[in-house]
Design a protein around this ligand. Structure first.
Ligand code: 3HC
Length: 286
């Protein structure tokens, strides 16, 4: 393998996986998107077609670029076939440690010995996955943001065993596909963005629960007072209230501190299935 990442496999065709795969294809990589469900791959392909067709219609992107990217994007339900020639594998399956460890163990067997195995996880650090493989030095987090086609930042996170070569290839890959990578030298819960974001979410929920201001007013405070593109409540609806609930739950399980338990509003929304945009209602109605 040379220093360049040419062939990328993305495991899991949810919203994140699909857009990561397309970002890499637009960046010139040969990409295979894998999911165990054929229907999920079809759904991902249709969603990507929709997003990119709109870009062509709005003259944001030339048709030829989009067509070329789709030629570089392959779909497969066969994991072994999907990673057989990969230089880099990015796992984006459900946030469940046991499942991710099984996936990493399978990837280790199926991918070339030279391939980097990365996780897009924001809550599971790669040192929890590295020992499920025989190549700990080639394992790291490469964390994209939602929606991955739009958001430029990528957090590359080293675990104690990640080699410098792996780090520099991961950073270069992110740059080559037009992203802006930052390197976290040590694993820390929430990395950088989610630590900052969760502090904002916590404060927004506190202000709302204390009756200091309404959801709409707190969102306005951030959009008009801080120039955030959208306010924290709109953003929780976009990323999913269940995601935020689970982040809090995991933190509480780690610290055991009452203050880290999901706030009563989060628990209520979660139990009512009001998970944000994807369920039609969260803090706002859609
Ligand atoms: N997928 C792909 N592209 C999308 C999209 C989506 N779901 N939603 C919007 N876009 C694109 C549109 O196509 C449009 O592209 P164009 O400029 O080429 O026409 C552009 O984004 C702007 O879209 P709109 O004008 O329709 O809407 P907005 O102005 O409201 O922008 C947004 C949408 C870009 C999502 C904007 O609201 C935003 O930046 N929100 C903040 C997102 C954010 O903070 N993400 C980080 C979340 S934290 C995270 O991901 C961590 C994880 O671990 C949980």
């Amino acid at each position: 393998m040379n220093n360049y990442i040419e062939k990328v496999s993305v495991i899991g065709a949810g919203a994140m996986g699909a857009q990561i795969a397309m970002s890499a294809a637009l960046g010139g990589c040969e990409v295979t998107l894998h999911d165990i469900k054929e229907e999920q791959l079809k759904k991902a392909e249709a969603e990507l077609q929709n997003i990119l067709n709109r870009k062509v219609e709005k003259k944001r992107m030339p048709k030829e670029i989009v067509e070329k990217a789709f030629q570089k994007l392959n779909f497969s339900t066969d994991l072994e076939e999907a990673v057989a020639e990969a230089d880099l594998v990015i796992e984006a399956v459900i946030e469940n440690l046991e499942i991710k460890r099984k996936v990493f163990s399978a990837l280790d067997k199926a991918a070339p010995a030279t391939a980097i195995l990365a996780t897009n996880s924001s809550t599971i650090v790669s040192s929890q996955l590295a020992d499920a493989t025989s190549r700990a030095e080639k394992v790291c987090n490469i964390h994209f943001f939602n929606p991955a086609l739009v958001m430029e930042l990528v957090e590359v996170v080293k675990n104690p065993q990640t080699s410098e070569e792996t780090v520099s290839k991961a950073m270069k890959f992110a740059e080559d596909i037009g992203k802006t990578p930052i390197l976290l030298k040590k694993e820390i819960y929430g990395f950088t963005v989610n630590r900052i974001l969760n502090a904002v979410f916590d404060e927004a929920i506190y202000l709302m629960e204390e009756g200091i201001a309404t959801i709409e007013e707190i969102d306005l405070a951030c959009t008009k007072g801080l120039n955030y593109p959208i306010g924290p409540f709109k953003l929780m609806d976009l990323t999913g209230i269940d995601v935020n609930y689970h982040i809090r739950k995991i933190k509480y399980e780690e610290t055991g501190e009452e203050k880290d338990y999901p706030q009563k509003t989060l628990v209520q929304k979660y139990e009512e299935g009001k998970l944000g945009k994807k369920s039609g209602e969260g803090f706002y109605q859609y």
